[in-house]
Design a protein around this ligand. Structure first.
Ligand SMILES: Cc1cc2nc3c(=O)[nH]c(=O)nc-3n(C[C@H](O)[C@H](O)[C@H](O)COP(=O)(O)OP(=O)(O)OC[C@H]3O[C@@H](n4cnc5c(N)ncnc54)[C@H](O)[C@@H]3O)c2cc1C
Ligand code: FES
Length: 277
């Protein structure tokens, strides 16, 4: 079987651990060689038996142990069913799909994450922390109990020159306010960055995109759209002339400039109708 066929074929795997990360977010670990070898920023399709198949970023990549994980917020039918599953239960996986982030081996990097957007940024940070990068990590959450991967990021940043800044909207932890406000302050102070990566709520990523345009910093953001096939056929996930599943999910400044009338404004539902982001 060629590599492409093997990747898009569904494999059934057993959950080897389920970890409660925040009151509404759990990580699900399983063994799958192809998933464990994914590039940071790639995603998979998870089949929850009798319910649905949904896209999820890979939050752990451990090729030595053929291990991978996804980190899932409980929001609707499929994610609620997944949250009820236990170690030893079976799910289906297809993938990895998509392009992944461009990896910078050196230079000053800013990483901006919010909510479960932090999931795809974890393997990226792990890879960057092995190089000669300096990392400013900005992590945003609504409130203290929603903060995701705080300890994991702190530990990673001990390997490189870097800083972690946490913002909460209600001020219960770190600095009060939005993560984008802190990013703007750093850029206004004249801090230079070679690349800024973002993943999180689309309005946050749009704000970061506009900031990076203003301050002329290369930018990559990982986008979400409804997905069915994940292999570029059905057209459910289009943004501008791109398909998020195949051309993304990670988009560059140039591509976001092209899609700026849609990015941060609207997406299509499964029925093809436009809904606001
Ligand atoms: C490439 C990619 C990577 C993703 N990575 C993660 C991740 O790491 N962790 C995580 O928790 N979630 C992630 N998601 C989002 C996840 O796929 C959806 O939350 C999930 O499909 C919802 O399924 P559900 O049946 O529980 O909710 P549904 O019952 O389908 O929907 C509940 C609500 O969520 C909205 N919604 C559903 N799917 C999406 C979607 N794809 N994008 C935006 N809104 C949606 C619906 O409009 C509805 O309001 C990712 C999505 C994509 C496209
Ligand atoms: S999900 Fe079918 S084209 Fe992207």
């Amino acid at each position: 079987m060629d590599k492409h066929t093997a990747t898009s074929k569904m494999r059934t795997v057993k959950l080897t651990s389920v970890t409660l990360e925040t009151p509404t977010v759990k990580s699900f670990t399983f063994n799958d060689k192809l998933c464990s070898k994914a590039k940071p920023g790639q995603f998979i399709m998870i089949w929850i038996p009798r319910i649905d198949e949904i896209p999820m970023s890979l939050s752990t990549l451990d090729p030595k142990r053929s291990r991978a994980a996804v980190t899932v917020e409980k929001i609707g039918e499929a994610t609620s069913a997944l949250h009820k599953m236990k170690t030893g239960d079976t799910i289906g996986v297809r993938g990895p799909f998509g392009n992944g982030y461009t990896l910078e081996n050196a230079g000053k990097i800013m990483i901006v994450g919010g909510g479960t957007g932090l999931a795809s940024l974890m393997p990226l940070t792990e890879k960057l922390a092995k190089g000669k990068t300096e990392i400013t990590f900005l992590m945003g959450a609504k409130t203290k109990s929603n903060i995701l991967f705080y300890t994991r990021v702190r530990k990673l940043l001990t390997r490189v020159k870097g800083q972690l800044v946490v913002t909460t909207e209600d001020g219960t932890f770190g600095q009060k306010g939005m993560v984008t406000t802190r990013a703007e302050e750093l850029l206004k102070q004249g801090e230079q960055f070679d690349m800024i990566y973002a993943c999180g709520p689309e309005k946050m990523m749009q704000k970061m995109f506009l900031l990076t345009e203003r301050f002329h910093v290369p930018f990559e953001a990982s986008l979400e759209r409804f997905m069915r096939c994940a292999i570029g056929i059905c057209g459910t996930c289009v943004i501008g002339r791109y398909r998020v599943c195949k051309d993304g999910p990670v988009f560059s400044s140039r591509q976001l400039r092209e899609a700026k009338n849609e990015f941060g404004h609207w997406r299509r539902g499964f029925d093809g109708r436009k809904t606001t982001v």
